[in-house]
Ligand binder design. Structure first.
Ligand SMILES: [Zn+2]
Length: 223
């Protein structure tokens, strides 16, 4: 039986890499300087590089089931997502954080329906969506709304990270909530002013976080 994965590794090395070799070598020589931290659901249908047109070196990625951000109080224990956020903001000094959920998210559905008893970590993890759940039967519409509410909930949790809040208030960092609708091939971006998700084709921005503008001592608002 041919080993498909091995063939793909060879394709990358023999086909893609030679055509982009200089870029990879520059990224090694100069280090990575991504401007964006992308927190996305692990779902295989969400492909951040396709959505954003990003090249190697442009996205610092952290993915988990549901695209969740654990609370900063560490009540959920050691967590790689927290470490990635700290590294991206304090070390890489990223200028944007995107939280990207999506349609037909298995994490959100499972948050309503319950995970198998053996999935101890998954059960605990999905409780991070509790505040986004609606007191209704999970219809397709309710699931969609919950997916979007979960994105906003993570943006709010991000603002509890002191280094995130500091950078946002200083105007060095922006937060972007996205809901990728797979069947439409379109990201809907969260607009904090209207409290709604707007299709990218109709939006005049790529998403705004749920934070208040920073106000200087003299009352001047920093945009
Ligand atoms: Zn998902």
């Amino acid at each position: 039986m041919p080993d498909d994965l091995l063939l793909r590794l060879r394709d990358f090395h023999e086909d893609y890499f030679p055509r982009h070799q200089q870029r990879f070598q520059d990224l090694v020589a100069q280090g990575q300087h991504p401007k964006t931290l992308f927190i996305g659901c692990s779902d295989s249908r969400l492909v951040p590089y396709l959505l954003t047109g990003a090249a190697p070196g442009e996205l610092f990625l952290v993915r988990n089931v549901g695209a969740f951000v654990p609370p900063y109080d560490q009540s959920h224990g050691l967590h790689g997502t927290m470490a990635a956020i700290e590294f991206a903001v304090l070390g890489l000094k990223v200028e944007r954080i995107i939280v990207c959920g999506h349609s037909h998210c298995g994490a959100i559905r499972t948050a309503y329906e319950g995970a198998p008893d053996e999935a101890v970590a998954l059960k605990a993890w999905l409780r991070l969506a509790d505040e986004a759940l609606l007191p209704v039967q999970p219809s397709p519409e309710a699931l969609c709304r919950t997916e979007q509410r979960a994105v906003v909930l993570q943006l709010m949790r991000l603002m509890d990270y002191p280094m995130v809040r500091r950078a946002v208030e200083a105007g060095h960092l922006t937060l972007h909530g996205w809901h990728y609708v797979i069947e439409q091939g379109e990201v809907h971006v969260f607009d904090a002013a209207s409290g709604a998700f707007v299709p990218a084709s109709e939006s005049d921005h790529s998403g705004t976080g749920p934070y208040l503008p920073y106000v200087e001592h003299d009352g001047q608002v920093i945009e």
